[in-house]
Design a protein around this ligand. Structure first.
Ligand code: HEC
Length: 169
């Protein structure tokens, strides 16, 4: 009985949702791709902001490794979200023209975040102060692959000053 209900629900879902799932025009599909990768980037931004709070000693450090691991996983999903060649949003065509370099940068970012997470597990925030600003290579990628605009994000606001991170101008 339960099985039948599940099948019935699945069938209904297919009937009801299928027409909407089919792309009615290319634009809508492209916009979905752009929205998707921007959602992922916003998640990176939020996690980076949380790391910034911990590194500036305003929040306890016990969740630092989890945030860094989350950033690594999110960056992996970010790379996948750019695989479809859809310029637009703030992504420049250079992403797909230099796909090898873009991929290498994102993978390098993932590696550095995984290493920082390991270091934070054993040595806490003090252990990663030296590497984290360089490891958060958000801005160096944006400088090449993202349109310039006035929006400021956490990644752009980190610089090695004082005891770790403080806002850039
Ligand atoms: C390897 C390149 C690369 C790296 C590394 C990278 N980004 Fe991005 N990011 C992009 C590109 C390209 C876009 C433009 C995406 C679009 O608009 O479709 C973008 C867009 C964004 C946006 C804007 C999203 C929106 O809603 O418009 C934010 C926020 C962002 N990135 C944060 C970060 C943070 C924080 C980091 C580092 C922790 C980071 N990014 C690392 C390439 C990168």
């Amino acid at each position: 009985m339960i099985k039948l209900t599940r099948w019935a629900t699945a069938l209904l879902a297919v009937i009801v949702l299928a027409p909407n799932a089919l792309p009615s025009k290319a634009f809508a599909e492209d916009q979905d791709v752009i929205d998707y990768r921007q959602h992922i980037m916003k998640a990176l931004d939020a996690q980076t902001a949380a790391v910034g709070q911990i590194l500036s000693f305003s929040i306890p450090e016990d969740q630092l490794p989890s945030h860094l691991e989350t950033i690594a996983i999110t960056a992996k999903t970010a790379l996948k979200s750019f695989e479809q060649n859809v310029p637009g949003g703030e992504a420049l065509p250079a992403v797909w023209e230099n796909w090898g370099d873009f991929t290498a940068r994102m993978n390098d970012f993932v590696d550095r975040m995984e290493k920082a997470a390991e270091h934070a597990k054993t040595g806490g925030r003090e252990a990663i102060m030296g590497e984290i600003v360089l490891a958060l290579s958000c801005k160096s990628c944006h400088d090449i692959y993202r349109e310039k605009n006035s929006k400021q994000f956490s990644c752009a606001g980190l610089s090695p000053k004082g005891h770790g991170l403080s806002p850039l101008e």
